[in-house]
Design a protein around this ligand. Structure first.
Ligand code: FAD
Ligand code: DHB
Length: 391
């Protein structure tokens, strides 16, 4: 049996950042991760960081490489009816911007910082189970390197993603759950070719949505709307490029093709559980909420949660004052629901609806035209996309 102040389950962006923020405040933590370090560092996911997210990572002492290698973007484009319309994010938001920097790199930076500090981060922790949540001293049991362990703590931070064990260990009837499944998914590729765009392009097309993004001056990240259970075997590289060409083509611009080095399919859902706490267990990030990726909000929301949680834990540690811990869920859920709405709105505005319902298609066109012609509507999109300061 060992003891710590905060037991963190999951070494994704949420768990690792929380560990780092607690470390700066002198609060002990142990991070338990089911997967290997190599797996965590290779999982390709998000790419767009809000300015507030970058500021938080800088405060946590892991901003150095982001500042060096991250690509600052001041606009995005919406494409429909064969034309691109730029949304000048910075002009519309008093100079705010986004940074394109892969989640894989954020995770690598955070893992390196934790290991350099010599603090406990246990990869391949198996059979993690949660006990005595309603008591003052919750416990976690797990297996590591063939031995059974028990960890006693003051608080458990459930940062173990959507399929983790923390939310699942809350007794039935405690949480209210809200969700929506979408009848489409994304086929994402990483290609070793200079991006053909300087800024992200979100394209609505009658063959389905496409997104042009990037990771670096030599790596392109592109996505295609597909079925939620799309079979990748049916997507040889040639077919992917052909489809990207069809959906993103505009006059006077060329999509340059190159070797595809990674392919994957992700389903899309919206999900929120309320409250984000049960007894001494606090859920953060994807463990408590999921957004469809179209608004680029998931990682940013996860880091907002842990910023609020870290502040609450610091207050609790310094003064034994639980006021901020009690306010944690309500405080986070305000931003969660704002981002749920924005992500749902971006998703339904840009994806081909099932059966290509003609009424919905006309509504999408009307909305896209409005957003790209009305400064008020464009500003609404921009301020959500770069991240609202107050919600
Ligand atoms: P996760 O990253 O899921 O981390 C949870 C960790 O817990 C994992 O390492 C997992 O292995 C571990 N774990 C799970 N179960 C257990 C267990 N039982 N015991 C111990 N450990 C466990 N977000 C954005 O903000 N911008 C984007 O541009 C964006 N694009 C995306 C594109 C795609 C294709 C996808 C799939 C997601 C995208 N997201 C984006 C969402 C973003 O990736 C997630 O919201 C983010 O990873 C959430 O971080 P997290 O730490 O909460 O959870
Ligand atoms: C990326 C992912 C997103 O979900 C998004 O909205 C924009 C960019 C990306 O992986 O680059």
């Amino acid at each position: 049996m060992t003891r710590t102040q905060v037991a963190i389950v999951g070494a994704g962006p949420a768990g690792l950042t929380l560990g780092r923020l607690l470390e700066s405040a002198g609060i002990e933590s142990v991070i338990l991760e089911a997967r290997s370090r190599a797996y965590c560092e290779a999982r390709i996911r998000a790419g767009v960081l809000e300015q507030g997210t970058v500021d938080l990572l800088r405060d946590a002492g892991v901003g150095e490489r982001i500042d060096r290698e991250g690509l600052v973007h001041h606009g995005i484009s919406l494409q429909f009816d064969g034309e691109r319309h730029r949304i000048p994010l910075s002009d519309l938001t008093g100079g705010r911007s986004i940074v394109v920097y892969g989640q894989t790199e954020v995770v690598k930076d955070l893992i390196a910082a934790r290991l350099e500090s010599g603090l406990p981060l246990l990869f391949e922790a198996e059979g993690v189970s949660i006990h005595d949540l309603e008591a003052g001293r919750p416990r976690i049991r797990y297996r590591h390197e063939g031995a059974e362990h028990e960890l006693e703590c003051d608080v458990i931070a459930g940062c173990d993603g959507f399929h983790g064990c923390c939310r699942a260990s809350i007794p039935p009837g405690v949480l209210r759950e809200f969700s929506r499944e979408y009848p489409y998914g994304w086929l994402g590729i990483l290609a070793e070719v200079a991006p053909s765009i300087d800024e992200l392009v979100y394209a609505r097309h009658e063959r389905g949505f496409a997104l042009l993004s990037l990771r670096s001056p030599t790596l392109s990240r592109y996505y295609l709307q597909c079925a939620p259970d799309e079979n990748l075997d049916e997507w040889p590289d040639d077919r992917i490029w052909e489809e990207l060409q069809l959906r993103t083509g505009v006059a006077g611009w060329t999509l340059v093709e190159g070797p595809i080095v990674e392919k994957g399919v992700t389903g899309m859902r919206s999900y929120v559980c309320e409250p984000m706490r049960h007894g001494r267990l606090f859920l953060a990030g994807d463990a408590a909420h999921i957004v469809p990726p179209t608004g680029a909000k998931g990682l940013n929301l996860a880091l907002h949660d842990v910023r609020v949680l870290a502040e609450a834990l610091i207050r609790f540690n310094e003064r034994g004052d639980e006021t901020l811990l009690d306010a944690y869920s309500t405080e986070c859920l305000r931003r969660v629901w704002r981002c749920e709405h924005f992500s749902w709105w971006m998703t339904t505005m840009l994806h081909l609806p099932p059966g290509a319902d003609p009424f919905e298609l006309r509504l999408q066109s009307a909305q896209l035209r409005y957003v790209t012609t009305s400064p008020a509507q464009a500003r609404a999109l921009a301020e959500n996309y770069v991240g609202l300061e107050a919600v």
